[in-house]
Design a protein around this ligand. Structure first.
Ligand code: ZN
Length: 221
């Protein structure tokens, strides 16, 4: 147990365990860098994951990479701070890239059928859900002096706010997803109303909602 104790080998592949940002699984085991970077599953599952569970997961991730490569991503949205989104309308699938999904190298692909729930919050306040029709409001009722007005004035570009995009899916490793998207007013609404990601974000949310509601899916580029 001393300062110089040799670390255990990776419980999945037997490789050397060193470096930063390594993934820990159940029984206080730590994965090597190679295995760590391929993991994409909820924290709850990781906490109790066994090496065998991880091995199965790595197979699943290899299949995911093949799926990702096989789809024709006609829409790729990269303007949203911290979130990337792709859509294959004909192939009926989306991908999401986010730090919480730990999937930048191998974006998690969801078929339309796998997505079962959607909710959008700003801070703790609910803005939109799968039962709501019509335009998605990005403002809460509370922020009377809305972000657009604040961004136009541009007097407080450092104040941060966040959305929570919450999804439920039938993916075995991501049954519940809560993607936090932190932003400043000017990132959301642009500087003097130009260049913000609000429009793209609304569209992405609308697409996800439409998928669940089995309504037509459109992206206006
Ligand atoms: Zn390993």
């Amino acid at each position: 147990m001393g300062l110089f104790s040799k670390k255990d080998a990776c419980p999945v592949c037997g490789g050397e365990v060193k470096g930063l940002f390594l993934v820990k699984i159940g029984d206080k085991k730590t994965l090597c860098k190679n295995c760590s970077r391929q993991i994409s599953m909820s924290k709850e599952l990781l906490k109790t994951a066994t090496p065998e569970f991880i091995e199965e997961h790595l197979d699943y991730r290899r299949e995911n990479a093949e799926k990702y490569a096989a789809h024709n991503w006609t829409v790729k949205v990269t303007s949203i701070v911290g979130l990337q989104f792709g859509l294959d309308e004909a192939g009926r699938a989306i991908y999401l890239i986010h730090d919480d999904l730990h999937d930048e190298d191998n974006p998690v692909v969801f078929s339309f059928d796998q997505i079962t729930g959607y909710e959008l919050l700003r801070g703790k306040k609910k803005l939109d859900g799968m039962e709501d029709t019509g335009q998605i409001p990005l403002e809460t009722g509370l922020s009377a002096l809305g972000g657009v007005a604040r961004a136009l004035k541009n007097d407080d570009s450092t104040s941060t706010d966040c959305f929570h995009l919450k999804l439920t899916t039938t993916d075995p490793y991501w049954k519940e997803i809560d993607l936090k998207i932190s932003f400043t007013d000017s990132q959301l609404y642009g500087t003097f109303g130009i260049g913000g990601f609000a429009g793209d974000f609304k569209q992405v949310c609308q697409i996800i909602k439409s998928i669940i509601r089995k309504e037509p899916v459109h992206y206006i580029g």
